[in-house]
Ligand binder design. Structure first.
Ligand SMILES: [Zn+2]
Ligand SMILES: [Zn+2]
Length: 547
């Protein structure tokens, strides 16, 4: 069983701006770090201790890509160059083992091969790319020599209304077909399992099984699910040891077992019952700690991909895989806000239908879509990311010390804070209203609120049924909310972050500024928001079409 599972967000925007970077997050499974998506400048985010905390590049051995849009992959090759640059050359005696394994939709092999080739770059270590293929999609060959007529392949899948093929709809690409460089080891082509509409068990990291399923976006996109196996709180009881001891002589005489404790491996590791010579049957310890489930989606306007349960079908795909998630990360690119919270403080409120239609057209979600899927899968916690440039994050210290009771207007920082709080409120409302009565996390979910993630946001996934965090580093509660997160703000004083320091709100005087480490929590005064980085000027971004 994994001791700590946590998520650290390195980039939470669809377009880079001064308070948020392009998409990337880390899933930490004890000492194993898995990166999901790697937008431009992700390694700089990781190296910034206010955002990456104490995470190390060198711990990354698995990178999962949700889709090939530029805001999710353009940091990938630069990251590989750092991980396998001249200063990180591998010892040839280590043999040909991949330093990094990369998973994702077809196109990643081509992206890496082409970029490395064009940039005259040789890596000093080995990597491999495992590609997830939809039905009928051609594999991108690992063969060292490519036949002349195959040197360019078109990823052309005809438009289809069949859900699994429908996920492939989108602009067509023509891909240069280059042979692998020396640093690339052959990866696996995972063909979608049509029965479950997923790519089940594509890898296992620290015993946590990773699967993927298609979700709908403007190009082939997937979400990833991490499932920790159930565990036993006790491994061996004294009764078991006594029974083994009582049978020691007979075990040696009859089965030539000199040390009866070797049978414990069969019980705890193989989980098989053991019958002793005197007829006693020992059973494996009960798996009484349910494993946790973490779901991280890529960009999507419909995570069920049209594969939700109907009168005729059981749910398949992500609708089935994500069921009872302990935490769901869902994109929330757009939202309809009251006029006062829009960037220009418009007079009119934005209309939900219009914003939703626009988001859908671009393949993205609103708080309502995210809340609906969280309810659909009975998620215990909903985290939102991939915000449009219209929703920059306020400085975390502003957020941590905000008080509605303070009448002083605090300009753009306050607007950012309240806009994200409103986005959280909208998502929470739909999520809570839709949770099925029999959902196993229902009670826990109703005590939580959706959280708008920000760059540097760290979320530790509590054990199921864990009310009182035994780990002191996340125990900062005097209410029942478990929406705890940590900021690492270093030792700078507040003045180095904000031009006009916000004052502590009444009753919130538990945020010592300039402290090495402090914690904030969603669910503070005014029903809490959980915000991120400060920026001193309005971000100006060019409109992108590739998010
Ligand atoms: Zn995107
Ligand atoms: Zn996208």
């Amino acid at each position: 069983m994994v001791k700590d599972i946590s998520l650290r967000f390195l980039g939470t925007s669809s377009q880079t701006n001064i308070s948020r970077n392009y998409s990337s997050l880390l899933v930490k499974l004890d000492h194993h770090t898995v990166m999901i998506d790697c937008g431009e400048s992700t390694q700089r985010q990781l190296q910034n201790r206010h955002i990456g905390g104490d995470e190390r590049l060198s711990n990354i051995r698995h990178i999962l890509i949700t889709h090939l849009h530029a805001d999710h992959v353009l940091g990938l090759v630069p990251l590989l160059c750092t991980l396998m640059g001249p200063s990180n050359a591998v010892d040839p005696s280590e043999g040909k083992r991949p330093r990094v394994e990369i998973f994702g939709p077809s196109g990643i092999r081509a992206l890496i091969r082409t970029t490395l080739t064009l940039c005259y770059t040789n890596l000093t270590g080995y990597y491999c790319v495992h590609e997830l293929l939809w039905p009928n999609q051609s594999a991108y060959s690992n063969a060292p020599i490519i036949a002349e007529d195959e040197q360019v392949i078109a990823a052309s899948i005809p438009e289809s209304t069949e859900p699994l093929l429908g996920a492939m709809n989108g602009p067509q690409r023509t891909i240069p077909h280059l042979p692998p460089l020396d640093s690339e080891l052959p990866g696996i082509d995972f063909r979608l399992d049509e029965q479950t509409a997923s790519w089940p068990s594509i890898t296992s990291i620290s015993g946590v099984v990773v699967s993927a399923a298609p979700i709908l976006h403007r190009c082939p996109a997937v979400g990833y699910v991490f499932e920790e196996p159930d565990a036993a709180s006790t491994s061996v009881s004294t009764e078991m040891l006594d029974a083994l001891q009582a049978n020691a002589a007979a075990l040696e005489a009859q089965q030539n077992i000199k040390n009866p404790k070797v049978l414990l491996g069969k019980l705890t590791r193989d989980r098989k019952s053991v019958t002793l010579p005197d007829g006693t049957i020992l059973h494996p310890p009960e798996l009484d700690i349910p494993g946790r489930k973490v779901v991280v989606l890529g960009d999507t306007y419909d995570a069920t991909a049209g594969l939700d349960a109907s009168a005729d079908y059981e749910a398949r795909g992500m609708a089935s895989l994500a069921e009872n998630a302990d935490v769901l990360v869902h994109e929330c690119t757009n939202a309809a806000l009251p006029g006062s919270l829009t960037p220009g403080k418009r007079e009119e409120d934005e209309k939900h239908d219009e914003v939703r239609a626009k988001a859908l057209m671009r393949g993205h979600s609103t708080p309502q879509v995210a809340g609906q899927f969280a309810a659909r899968c009975g998620a215990k916690q909903l985290l939102l990311n991939h915000f449009s440039i219209k929703y920059p994050a306020p400085h975390p210290l502003f957020a941590a010390n905000y008080s509605q009771d303070d009448p002083t207007p605090r300009g753009d920082q306050e607007r950012r804070f309240l806009a994200l709080q409103e986005i959280e409120r909208q998502a929470t409302e739909v999520w809570h209203n839709g949770i099925p009565g029999d959902a196993i996390h229902r009670e826990a979910a109703l005590q939580r609120k959706a959280i708008a993630a920000f760059d540097g946001f760290l979320y530790r996934v509590p054990l199921q049924n864990e009310h009182d965090h035994s780990n002191g580093s996340i125990n900062n509660t005097h209410d029942s909310s478990q929406q705890d997160f940590d900021y690492s703000i270093g030792s700078q004083s507040l003045d180095s972050y904000v031009s006009s320091p916000p004052r502590r709100g009444r009753g919130s005087g538990r945020r010592p500024f300039g402290q090495q480490h402090f914690r904030g929590r969603g669910g503070r005064q005014s029903n809490g928001s959980s915000r991120g980085q400060y920026s001193s000027s309005s971000p100006r971004g060019q409109k992108t079409v590739y998010e």
